[in-house]
Every structure is written in C-alpha cells, then in structure tokens.
Design a protein around this ligand. Structure first.
Ligand code: ACO
Length: 328
C-alpha cells in the first residue's frame, strides 16, 4: 500500500561572503533605510568567482543526502531548479551529478524562477508515485550575483546567492508526506520580469555588450500586485486539497522576496505572523533557492516538528506560481 512521498532530508548552503546594505550603499546610490523599509532585506550572500551555481547546489545536496541517509551513488533522479545555470547547456543538474558522484541518476533542470523548487517537488513526487524512480534529489540553486546589473539600484539590492535541497522518496508507514501540490503559469506576463539578453531572442554581441542585457529586469510594482494574488490563491488551493483549515497550519514558508508581500500573504491566509517563516533579512531574494533554504533552516532549527502541517508558496518570473502542503 502506498503511503505517499516523504521528504527524507533537507540541506542548504550559503556562500561565505556577506554583503550588507551599508556596504552596498558605498557603490550603489541607495541606503540601508530604503532597502529595509521597502523590502525587509538587510544583507545577502555573494558567491566567489570560482563558485558556480552547481557548486552551491552540490554542497546543499550533500547535506540533504547525509540527513536522508542515502548514498550519492544511490540517487536516481536529480532536478535542479535555477534561472542562473552554470552554462546554457548542459543543464546544471549534469554538473551536480558529476560533482556528487550520482552516476546512475537522471539529471535535468527546471526553469520556473522563484517557483522552481516547488515545480521540481511536484515533478519528483509524481515520478516517484508513478514508480519511475525510487528517490529524487531536488535542488533550488542560484548565483544571481552574476545576473544582476550592479548599476541598477531598483534590482541589484534585492537578490542574493545560495542553494537548498531536499531528498524525496516513497514514504513508509507513519512517516510524513506531501499532501498536496499546485503549480501554475501566466505567459501573458513575461515582460514583467526577465533576463532579456543572452538567449536566442537577443544574443549578446560586441555591439550590445555595454547594455548589460543579460541581467534581471523587473517592473517591481506590477510584479508585487500579481505576487500577492497568485500566492494567496495557490496556497489556498493546496490548503483545500489537503483538507486543512488555517488553524491547522503550523508554519507557512513563503517565497522570500519582500517582507511586505509576505505580510500581505499572511493576513490573506489568516495565519498569524509568528507562524510565517522569514529569513530574507539575511539572504535577500535567492529565487529558486529561497524556499529550499528556508525549509532546511526551519527544519534544522526545530521550527518544524514531526506531524506539523507545512505550507510553502512561491511566485516568480513567467509568471509562475506554486504551492505545496506537507505533513512533516
Ligand atoms: N534605493 C533608493 N531608492 C530607490 C531604490 C533603491 N535601491 N530603488 C528604487 N528607488 C527609488 C525609485 O527610483 C523611486 O524614486 P522616484 O519616486 O523618485 O521615482 C522610488 O524609490 C520608489 O520606487 P518604486 O519602484 O516605486 O518602489 P516600490 O515601493 O515599488 O518598491 C520593490 C520596489 C521593492 C522592487 C517592490 O516593487 C517589490 O518588491 N516588488 C516585487 C518584487 C518581487 O516580488 N519579485 C519576485 C520575483 S523575483 C524572481 O522571480 C527572480
């Protein structure tokens, strides 16, 4: 008899270098006061030049595998969610497979921006349930510092680098399980948030190299409005599918983009602020890595305990959105 799919281990990795708002203000026309008031972000991590997205991903994955007590060579599926791949091809997951020594694993990336980790979770859950794979390593990893325009104060203050991972496998009797998932996309809004250059639509050439087109461009106010509505709806979908009420939810782990968005979601879901996990003051927005890192921190610090009902909800470029309800 199937007992669903469980999260057997989590892990995260943050690069050592911390860039505070005050340090950032020395080379960008901004201030700690503006950034904290508008976003809640106080610092972000910046990966070293020779530390690629795959390296961050592999370090987070090693920690998750250790906790799950699964050897790297026994991993069957690796999905890396990222918008900042090491290379356009091959997939970052292929580098991770090699770095971990998971030579039997099928490895590929998903590109769904900040919703990517939860897209990967749904995919992996369904592939395990269908019997295609016994286990899966899902990773959200980003080196956004390589894809922001450090001269654009409206975006560069928001993002940071990091990685988080989870190991999924078939649940045994009495173990927690993923109760419900939801993913969605609105391709009418691709213009709100994108990296316009570096793809086939706009290759980087000698002529346009100075325009920094391979960096994140965002219409922040528009994104903000969509984020609140889509995240609220997606969270409510999984809460309903899982048969939960607001008072059953032990912790909400929202995408870590902006404290004002997080507060708006919490009030619309009728969940008190103390049950909403926040770490964006330390790391900024790490896109696909954000929920994965938050899940690992909440787990390792004991904020998630056995039997807890956890709701994760994300929103990002695409536009994409996603949510998952889990019994831990
Ligand atoms: N420092 C100082 N001033 C600034 C800065 C800065 N870093 N950035 C902008 N300003 C100025 C602007 O120039 C503007 O000045 P003006 O009034 O003289 O023109 C003023 O501050 C207000 O700018 P707004 O853009 O209107 O500020 P807003 O309150 O909307 O906050 C923010 C901007 C923080 C980006 C917000 O819109 C937001 O968080 N949006 C959502 C982003 C998000 O959730 N993204 C998630 C997905 S990310 C992904 O998928 C990769």
């Amino acid at each position: 008899m199937s007992h669903g799919v469980t999260i057997a281990g989590t892990g995260s990795y943050l690069p050592e270098k911390i860039l505070t708002n005050d340090e950032l203000s020395k080379f960008v026309d901004t201030s700690d006061e503006w950034i904290v008031t508008r976003t809640g972000i106080k610092a972000r991590r910046i990966a070293a030049d020779d530390e690629h997205t795959s390296h961050l991903a592999s370090k987070a994955a090693e920690r998750a595998l250790e906790q799950a007590n699964i050897a790297a060579e026994d991993v069957e599926l690796i999905i890396v969610a990222t918008i900042t791949p090491d290379t356009l091809t091959p997939a970052t997951a292929c580098y991770v497979q090699q770095q971990l020594g998971s030579h039997k694993a099928v490895a590929f990336d998903v590109s769904a921006a900040c919703s990517g980790f939860l897209y990967a979770m749904k995919l992996a859950k369904n592939l395990i349930e269908s019997g295609s794979f016994k286990n899966a390593l899902i990773i959200g990893a980003e080196k956004l510092s390589s894809f922001v325009n450090w001269k654009d104060r409206t975006t560069c203050v928001l993002f940071g680098d990091g990685a988080g991972a989870a190991v999924l496998r078939a649940a045994e009797e009495g173990e927690g399980r993923i109760l419900a998932t939801d993913i969605g996309t609105d391709g009418k809004q691709t213009h709100l948030l994108n990296i316009p250059g570096g793809g086939s639509a706009c290759p980087i050439t000698i002529d346009n190299a100075g325009e920094r087109l391979a960096t994140l461009a965002m219409l922040g106010k528009e994104v903000f409005k969509h984020a609140v509505t889509r995240m609220k709806n997606s969270a409510n979908t999984v809460i309903e599918r899982a048969g939960l009420q607001a008072e059953d939810i032990s912790i909400v782990i929202p995408h870590q983009a902006n404290l004002r968005i997080i507060d708006a979601i919490a009030s619309r879901l009728d969940v008190p602020n103390e049950r909403v996990f926040v770490n964006l003051h330390k790391y900024g927005n790490t896109s696909a890595a954000a929920i994965a890192i938050a899940l690992d921190e909440a787990h390792r610090t004991g904020e998630i305990k056995k039997g807890d009902k956890v709701v994760m909800v994300a929103f990002g470029a695409g536009l994409t959105w996603a949510a998952a309800a889990i019994e831990w």
